[in-house]
Design a protein around this ligand. Structure first.
Ligand SMILES: Cc1ncc(COP(=O)(O)O)c(C=O)c1O
Length: 376
């Protein structure tokens, strides 16, 4: 190895981010909440919602307790229920399909595109046609996941949805900050859910999420569902709902993180380009024309994943396999698997995620590139 490690490589690096923002500043904001006492959905949460709506260019932002709850709330606001088919990629984190099943609806698994790793529009049409012909399910919605931060092909997905009179929900848990055709994630489709889990591009210090929409009517339902299905009159709850508020502490942290977010996005682009240019022996995730990935995770493909990971472990380069098991093959979800999904199954065997975070210094990037290239 020509490059030497100057310090351990962090897969995610919250401490450096904390130093960049200033720990004292964060503590001061948390102390303010202790003083005003509005712990759950207080003034910080309101301020965050306004800032996030403005950032995404959407009319409404509803913060909530997690990315999973954001997905559930979005589907609830559309009245998703038993008898409804919701089309989801299988190559995703389980929460995408879980939200559908949790409401009693049927997740219909769709294969991935081999270049983008996102839901494959062609296979989506195949799945929709088969569901229409062979089942009594009501074609309700599509959840497009922006896997690893890269916007899905919303141009194609929105078109397909329109032709079947279905809704599109964006799962932007990994893609907050990404762009497509000049729009920010949150604004690519009818409604979008995101996660602020600590390792996400915009992450808090616990659990958090948000839903974005432009319809006032849907926003009012989302608000109601977030707190037990509340109505206009206190103690007259008009629908079933959840306890899905965001606490003010998480909102305060996110407000501070937004101060450095744009710079972090720029730095992620630089690192992604270095990886793309430097890792010439590997298959990379293709970013679609007109899109900018948020690069939550940088993933390459390898025919020999276990050996590559072992090689990198030896050289102190942390890696992960996101995701080694497609959702339709998992125990709780097998019952909804109607066919094999070859691209998704192959991806699950080949994906290797390498360190990607905005505070990864240039020497570490070069070391990682050299370490991967030295594997054969
Ligand atoms: C694609 C995707 N959807 C949904 C979620 C759920 O988010 P949360 O962990 O905040 O519930 C995640 C989190 O990892 C995710 O990656």
């Amino acid at each position: 190895m020509e490059h030497k490690l100057e310090k351990p490589i962090a897969f995610f690096d919250m401490p450096t981010q904390q130093k960049t923002i200033g720990k004292e500043k964060i503590l001061k904001s948390l102390e303010k909440i202790l003083d005003h006492g509005g712990y759950a959905q207080g003034p910080e949460t309101k301020e965050l919602e306004e800032k996030l709506a403005k950032y995404t260019g959407m009319k409404y932002c509803l913060t909530c307790s997690s990315g999973t709850d954001a997905l559930i709330l979005a589907l609830m606001s559309w009245g998703v229920k038993a008898g409804d088919a919701v089309f989801v990629p299988s190559f995703t984190f389980v929460a995408t399909a879980e939200a559908v099943a949790f409401l009693g609806a049927t997740p219909v698994f769709v294969d991935s595109d081999e270049k983008t790793f996102n839901i494959c529009p062609k296979d989506l049409e195949t799945a929709i046609k088969a569901t229409k012909e062979k089942t009594d399910l009501n074609l309700k919605a599509i959840i497009a996941v922006d896997i690893f931060g890269q916007p899905a092909d919303y141009r194609a997905i929105n078109k397909i949805a329109k032709s079947y009179n279905m809704k599109v929900l964006g799962d932007a848990a990994q893609s907050f900050g990404s762009e497509l055709d000049g729009k920010k994630a949150g604004a690519f489709c009818d409604m979008t859910a995101t996660s602020f889990y600590p390792t996400k591009p915009l992450g808090c210090y616990g659990d958090g999420g948000a839903v974005f929409c432009n319809s006032e009517e849907e926003y009012e339902i989302l608000k109601s569902c977030r707190i037990h299905g509340m109505g206009g009159e206190k103690y007259d709850n008009i629908r079933l709902g959840m306890t899905a508020r965001m606490d003010s502490f998480q909102a305060a942290v996110l407000l501070h993180k937004m101060e450095v977010f744009e710079q972090e996005m720029k730095d992620r682009q630089i690192i992604a380009k270095r990886y793309k240019d430097g890792l010439t022996n590997n298959t990379h995730q293709t970013v679609i024309d007109g899109a900018m990935s948020a690069w939550a995770i940088y993933t390459i493909l390898s025919d020999n994943r276990d050996a590559l990971q072992a090689h990198l472990r030896e050289l102190n380069v942390p890696t992960a396999a996101f995701y080694p098991r497609p959702v339709h093959t998992q125990t709780a979800y097998k019952k909804w698997a109607t066919r094999s999904l070859p691209v998704c199954e192959r991806l699950a065997e080949q994906v290797v995620s390498i360190p990607m975070q905005p505070y990864l210094d240039e020497n570490s990037q070069n070391y990682i590139i050299e370490a991967i290239n030295s594997f054969n």
